[in-house]
Structures are given as structure tokens and as C-alpha cells.
Design a protein around this ligand. Structure first.
Ligand SMILES: *Cc1c(COP(=O)(O)O)cnc(C)c1O
Length: 435
């Protein structure tokens, strides 16, 4: 490491407590101070380049320093940087909300702005509970899928099931039960899981406000994937038992699964949809809870009836973030992003064929622009993900495995040559930990 990188790292470690990190690891594992980014590349202070194969935690869908997003945000800074959204409004929030209503499933007609993914989950859970209450029913239980992830604030953590993040906080959590996620991408697995869902709904739908799911891909749960048949069935069953369906598309939204939204693969319209991550192209924190007119109407009455949704965050609907999101939506409008991605994901799949001959590869799975290679034959204490991460970094690729799952979630602007490099480095990294 150069003096500049090292110095930067030392200054950082004096004062910064990093997310999702055992800070002691950094006694031996260098931090990577990033100076700038362009396209799929991140550059450190030494001039080393890294392909951002995870879109910086799944947010940066059109690459770093994207020219058209840059320009829109720059223009917005000189116009209006922020204004509160209660009693006031602004053009980027209005235009973005209209665009979102137009592109999301048909029943989603209202946009509630929040400012990060977990907070959108909190708002959706509260709204669902409050809806039933306003309609005269007290339903204080939430249903979710095993292996799910919905964020890390208390409510979001409660409906999640990644024990590494959750178990410590168990005494603090809100009431939640889980039904099994389909065990693989087959239709049989989807039907089996639907039978279990119906059993639970039959018994406890009187208590359950909402069923919350990550449609098609469970991200932080190791890029676990399942068939759209499950979504179709879950929509039918939740309607039948008067339970809301919350589609958490924070990770899957905006083309990641091959269609604009994962729900589109099943042609379903949930009662709530949460969106964040790709929404602003990875520029600024912003999220939304989208819902139906039916839900909206349950809160709409005279003030003194006390049915309003009195939830707010300081940075709700920030104009700079909305401008970044509008620029991101425009990129989708002006290019055939989904068509190009389809070709790229086929190419990635083809390139990955040779991985299946490695004896430590258990499964390769793909859904749109998410491709995962699950490894087997290791204990969790071996931290093989970390080994692959360190090797890839030394070769100029940022991979960030989830346990034993190595995955690719690159910005959509990645070129075929860059895909080759990303995959070759991952292949070598996996080969090096063969026993
Ligand atoms: C990332 C994520 C969240 C949480 O969003 P944050 O902005 O990190 O709080 C919730 N749900 C899913 C599916 C996610 O991938």
C-alpha cells in the first residue's frame, strides 16, 4: 500500500466505526480508501482500479459518476437542495411519484417517501397494521419467509431471518412468524411452500396484518432464488385471507431480476411495494413505500377521527435524491436496458459453465442480473468468503461474498470484457480455496 492509502486508512480507523464489520479485522485486513469512481471502476489513492462487481451494495445500477445523473443532480443543487415535504412539495418529488406509479404494478397508486430501505419497511409495516386498525381490526403479527432479509432497524430485523444479524436482538423484536421459502427454483418447491403458507394463513390470518416477501430473490440471505409461481399463489392466498402482501423490492427493483420489478414476472400487484437501492442509481439515500388507493382511503378522513399516518423523516423526499432518481428513470426510458441486460446475463451464465466442474461448487443460479455461485465443504469459521474477497481485491475486482455464496451483481453498464475479467478472477479465487 502506498503512503497515501495507508495514511488515509489510519485516519479513518481513528474515528470511523464501519457498518457490518468486526473492526478488529482491520488490524490485518486493509481498508480500501476510494478516491474516485467512473463507470464500473473504483479507484484508490494509489491509482489501483477495482471493478465494482456488487454495485456498491446493490445500489449503483448505472455505474459511478454517470454523466446524465451527475448533470441532473448538479442542476438540482442550484435550484432547490431541500424543503420539508409536509405542507410543501416540489417538482422532482411530484414527477418521480408519477413515473413510479406509471411503471409499477397497476394497483399501486400512491407514493409515500422515506429515506432509506429499512425505514421504508418500518413505514410499510406500520401502515399495514394501522390500516387494519382503522378498519376495526387489531392485527399485530407479521408473517415473513424463512431466510429473508428486510433491513436492520428493529421492525425490519423482526421480519427478517438472517440469524447472524438478528439473534442478538431477539428480546427487542416485534411479533413475527415465518413460513418456509421455496427451497429452490422449481415449480414443485413453490407449490410445496404455498401449501405451508395456506396452512398458516388458515390458522392465524385473524392476527396477521401482512405477509412480507423479497420477491424471487432473497438477497442478503445468500441470493436464494425461487419460482414466480410462488408469487402468483401468495397473491391469491393473501387476498383470500385478508392479509396484506408487502413486496420488498428494495434489492430486486429497477431491472435487477430481468424485468423492471420482480412482481412483473408473476404479473401480480401487491398491497405495498418498497423501493430503494437502485432508485437513485446509487447516488443518494431515498426510498418509497407504494400502496393502493384502498389503503390510502382507510386513512382519509377528518383530522379529529385520528386515523392519519403520522410518520415522517427529516429528509423525506429530498429534492437532490428525487432528481437523481428521475435521471435514473430517464436512462431506462431512453435505452433498452432490460434487453441489453438479458444478453449480458446469458453471457455471464455461459461463462460460468466451467465453474460446475470445480468440486467445491454446489450450485450456480441466476435470475436476471444476479448470478450466484454457492460453495460447499467448508465450516463457517473458515471464512472462505473473506479469502475470495481478499484475492479478488488483489486482482482488481470487488466481490463481497455472502458466507459461502460468491455472487455477481455488477452495474448494468459493465462491458463484456469487464464481465470476462470479473468472472476469471472469481474462478481463480474459488480454485485457490479448493482443498
Ligand atoms: C438492503 C435491503 C433492505 C434495507 O435497506 P437499507 O437501505 O440498507 O436500510 C431491505 N430489504 C431488502 C430486500 C434489501 O436488500
Amino acid at each position: 500500500m502506498s503512503n497515501k492509502n495507508t495514511k488515509m486508512m489510519q485516519r479513518d480507523l481513528e474515528v470511523i466505526w464501519h457498518p457490518c464489520t468486526q473492526m478488529k479485522d482491520h488490524e490485518t485486513l486493509p481498508l480500501v480508501p476510494i478516491k474516485s469512481g467512473k463507470g464500473v471502476y473504483l479507484y484508490d489513492f494509489d491509482g489501483n482500479a477495482y471493478i465494482d462487481a456488487v454495485s456498491s451494495w446493490w445500489v449503483n445500477i448505472f455505474g459511478h459518476a454517470n454523466e446524465s445523473i451527475n448533470n441532473k443532480v448538479k442542476a438540482q443543487i442550484d435550484t432547490l437542495e431541500h424543503v420539508l415535504l409536509a405542507g410543501f412539495t416540489h417538482e422532482p418529488a411530484i414527477e418521480l411519484a408519477h413515473k413510479l406509479v406509471n411503471i409499477t404494478p397497476k394497483d399501486l397508486a400512491k407514493v409515500f417517501y422515506v429515506d432509506n430501505g429499512s425505514s421504508a419497511i418500518e413505514a410499510a409495516l406500520k401502515m399495514s397494521y394501522h390500516y387494519h386498525l382503522n378498519r376495526g381490526k387489531r392485527k399485530a403479527l407479521f408473517l415473513s419467509l424463512t431466510n429473508s432479509y428486510h433491513g436492520e432497524t428493529i421492525g425490519a430485523l423482526s421480519v427478517g431471518d438472517v440469524q447472524l444479524y438478528k439473534e442478538t436482538y431477539e428480546p427487542l423484536l416485534i411479533a413475527n412468524i415465518q413460513v418456509p421459502v421455496p427451497k429452490d427454483q422449481s415449480i414443485d418447491a413453490a407449490n410445496e411452500a404455498l401449501a405451508a403458507l395456506e396452512e398458516t394463513l388458515k390458522e392465524r390470518s385473524d392476527e396477521i396484518a401482512a405477509f412480507i416477501i423479497e420477491p424471487l430473490i432473497q438477497g442478503a440471505g445468500g441470493m436464494h432464488m425461487y419460482h414466480p409461481t410462488y408469487l402468483v399463489g401468495a397473491r391469491v392466498l393473501t387476498q383470500k385471507y385478508d392479509v396484506h402482501l408487502i413486496a420488498d423490492e428494495i434489492m430486486t427493483g429497477f431491472g435487477r431480476t430481468g424485468k423492471m420489478f420482480a412482481c412483473d414476472h408473476a404479473d401480480i400487484s401487491p398491497d405495498f411495494m418498497t423501493l430503494s437501492k437502485g432508485l437513485t442509481g446509487g447516488y443518494l439515500p431515498l426510498s418509497v413505500v407504494m400502496t393502493s388507493n384502498d389503503v390510502y382511503q382507510a386513512f382519509y378522513c377528518d383530522y379529529n377521527e385520528h386515523k392519519a399516518f403520522l410518520h415522517s423523516h427529516s429528509y423525506t423526499g429530498n429534492p437532490l435524491a428525487c432528481a437523481a432518481a428521475l435521471a435514473t428513470m430517464e436512462i431506462f426510458e431512453q435505452n433498452d436496458i432490460l434487453g441489453e441486460n438479458e444478453k449480458k446475463s446469458s453471457y455471464i451464465k455461459e461463462k460460468l459453465e466451467k465453474f460446475s466442474s470445480l468440486s467445491n461448487v454446489k450450485e450456480i443460479r441466476q435470475q436476471g442480473m444476479v448470478t450466484a455461485v454457492e460453495l460447499e465443504g467448508y465450516q463457517s469459521t473458515e471464512r472462505i468468503g473473506l479469502k475470495v474477497y481478499e484475492y479478488a481485491l488483489s486482482q482488481g475486482v470487488l466481490l463481497r461474498p455472502l458466507g459461502h455464496v460468491i455472487y455477481f451483481m455488477p452495474p448494468y453498464v459493465i462491458s463484456y470484457e469487464e464481465i470476462d475479467k470479473m468472472i476469471e478472477v472469481a474462478y481463480e479465487g474459488i480454485k485457490r480455496i479448493l482443498k
